[in-house]
Design a protein around this ligand. Structure first.
Ligand SMILES: [Zn+2]
Length: 205
């Protein structure tokens, strides 16, 4: 996965190439090339961070848990990782509280790649369509990526290496709460860093 430093180097390289483009090429064209190249780099980074098999596994896992999280209005949580035989597995979903969940520590022979949790049933009171500041701080403290499924069926990946929470896929990507009302949800970005999440927490619902 390209690091931030690597991306910075690429950016400097692009700027250098841009400076070699004859003056007849408009500045707008130069910026367009830069944006397209940066977009390509970011797409590659996301694809590498989460392979197709893992994404399928995580979606299937959440689709099994979402009905219980809506019915009981409780968060469910656990860990995803690789067993000794190389098989991708998840620990049994632990039922938490309405707004929190502490997973049981996985077995020692379990090669953990991420935590996972759901966000309970839809509520107009909660800004539950994206990770909370607590979610990101807990994953950073644990030095472990996290996956979150929301009442609207969005899937988020907290990438603790990049320090970014990214929406992997949007509305109805996994099962959503039948009572979910999109009208009650504020617009959101496709990614947040920790300070952006903190700023969003301070906004009135
Ligand atoms: Zn959460």
């Amino acid at each position: 996965m390209p690091s931030q430093q690597f991306k910075l180097l690429i950016m400097i390289g692009i700027m250098f190439i841009n400076s070699l483009i004859p003056n007849t090429t408009s500045k707008l064209m130069q910026w367009l090339i830069t944006v397209i190249l940066l977009f390509t780099i970011n797409q590659n980074a996301t694809a590498e961070a989460l392979n197709a098999q893992e994404l399928r596994f995580i979606k299937d896992l959440f689709n099994r848990i979402q009905p219980a999280t809506f019915k009981n209005n409780r968060e469910y949580c656990g860990y995803i990782g690789y067993a000794d035989n190389g098989e991708l597995i998840a620990t049994a979903a632990h039922q938490g509280q309405e707004n929190s969940c502490m997973g049981q520590a996985p077995a020692a022979d379990f090669d953990v790649i991420a935590s996972y949790h759901t966000h309970g049933a839809f509520s107009v009171e909660a800004d539950a369509e994206l990770p909370s500041t607590d979610d990101m701080e807990a994953d950073i403290a644990e030095d472990l990526d996290g996956f979150i499924a929301t009442p609207g069926g969005r899937l988020w990946h907290i990438d603790t290496i990049e320090g970014i929470a990214r929406m992997v896929c949007g509305r109805n990507c996994v099962l959503s709460d039948p009572n979910f009302d999109p009208e009650q949800v504020d617009a959101m970005q496709e990614s947040y860093n920790l300070s952006e999440l903190r700023a969003r927490d301070l906004e009135p619902l």
